[in-house]
Design a protein around this ligand. Structure first.
Ligand code: KIV
Length: 267
């Protein structure tokens, strides 16, 4: 079938087929995503919290994103790969954005970069796209603005917020953005944006009418227990299973039951 590309995803939208995206950061989980038939992987800067144990995405660096994206690409050579651009790697100037996003595409094999924001980054998105760097947008609750928001929140409940979100969406569309992540947005607003646009919407906490859905790998397999937002569905209680396995290993070693003869080399 070959690698999933933007045309594959646009065709899915046109045919009313839902798109699946998983945010993850390493070779093994990426390989599992590809084996499970997921369409796309986002190497999200949520790795700051989930992989590094930080309390926000802000300290994540460009070098770290490139390191993780390379590992993910090795695990999932056939999936549509998007890499999050970290805080302050694209906002300063179009020139810096071009340099940093260009590096990501050249060094990781990603097919697009994701940047957060609407009207204020539309010019940058336009310049990137014109230079051959596809851009995925991110609207609604944007984690890199956590200090402006004061913490996670639903965005678009009030008239003013709704109008702003619609303007931001239009600005990204006009810049040529073909995929837009909607995070923590009311279902009706996400539905309206999805139905009125040719751009693909990928929801996370944005209801079931988006063209696709994204979840963080460690959330959906129940490994990340620090926080569980309302929109997360755990498909397995991974942390319990892993803890149990580790306890069993520990007990076997302490009792002298591991390794057995079969697990050892003879003379
Ligand atoms: O960083 C991330 O993983 C994300 C998704 C949750 C959309 O931005």
């Amino acid at each position: 079938m070959g690698r999933v590309n933007i045309r594959t995803l646009l065709k899915k939208k046109q045919q009313g087929e839902r798109i699946t995206m998983v945010s993850t950061y390493d070779y093994i989980s990426a390989k599992l995503c590809q084996e499970a038939g997921i369409d796309s992987i986002l190497v999200g800067d949520s790795l700051g919290m989930v992989f590094q144990g930080l309390d926000s995405t802000l300290p994540v660096t460009l070098e770290e994103m490139i390191y993780h994206a390379k590992a993910v690409r090795r695990g999932a050579p056939d999936l549509f790969l998007v890499v999050d651009m970290p805080f302050m790697s694209y906002q300063v100037s179009p020139e810096e954005a071009l340099k940093n996003c260009g590096r990501v595409l050249k060094e990781t094999g990603a097919q697009a970069v994701k940047i957060e924001g609407g009207e204020e980054i539309a010019e940058i998105a336009y310049r990137l796209i014109r230079s051959g760097i596809p851009v995925v947008g991110h609207l609604g609750f944007t984690p890199q603005h956590v200090n402006i928001f004061g913490g996670p929140k639903v965005v678009g409940k009030h008239r003013e917020e709704e109008e702003k979100l619609k303007k931001d969406f239009k600005a990204l569309e006009n810049a040529g953005v073909q995929i837009i992540v909607l995070e923590s947005v009311p279902t009706t607003l996400a539905k309206e944006l999805t139905e009125s646009s040719e751009a693909i919407t990928i929801g996370i906490g944005a209801g079931k009418f988006c063209d696709g859905q994204v979840l963080v790998f460690h959330d959906l397999v129940g490994l990340y227990e620090d926080k569980k937002p309302k929109f997360v569905r755990r498909y397995v209680e991974g942390a319990n299973i892993f803890r149990e396995a580790l306890k069993n290993f520990r007990e076997d070693v302490v009792r002298g039951d591991f390794p057995s003869e079969e697990e050892s080399y003879g003379s």
